[in-house]
Design a protein around this ligand. Structure first.
Ligand code: FES
Length: 105
C-alpha cells in the first residue's frame, strides 16, 4: 500500500495509507487527523492548508492560479504552503511528507 507521512500540530508523525487519485486532503481527513477541508476540495476555503516538506517541494505539481489566490487569503502562509485538496496522490508521491498548518491558517 502506498503512503504519505503527515506531521500533526503536536509534531507527531503519522504514516497514512494512500490511494492513487485521492486528494491529499481526503487522505488526511479519512485518517481522522484534524484537517477541515470545509469546501470538500473546491479550492475555496483554505482549511486544508499544509506545509510541504522541503525535499518534496519541487516534486509535486506547481500551484495553479486559483490555489495561489486562495492562499493569499489564508494565514501563516509560507513558501512551501499548499492546499492539500489540490494535490492528487499518485505513485510519484509515494512517501510525500507534509505538516498540518496551524488551525485557522
Ligand atoms: S478543502 Fe477547501 S480549499 Fe482545500
Amino acid at each position: 500500500m502506498s503512503y504519505i507521512v503527515v506531521v500533526d500540530r503536536e509534531g507527531q508523525e503519522h504514516r497514512l495509507d494512500a490511494l492513487n487519485g485521492w486528494r491529499v486532503m481526503e487522505i488526511i481527513r479519512d485518517h481522522e487527523l484534524p484537517i477541515k477541508g470545509e469546501c470538500g476540495g473546491c479550492c475555496s476555503c483554505a482549511t486544508c492548508h499544509v506545509y510541504v516538506d522541503e525535499a518534496w517541494r519541487d516534486r509535486i505539481p506547481k500551484r495553479e492560479d486559483e490555489e495561489d489566490e486562495m492562499l493569499d487569503e489564508a494565514f501563516s502562509v509560507e513558501d512551501n504552503s499548499r492546499l492539500s485538496c489540490q494535490i492528487l496522490f499518485s505513485e510519484d508521491l509515494e512517501g510525500l511528507r507534509v505538516y498540518l498548518a496551524p488551525e485557522g491558517a
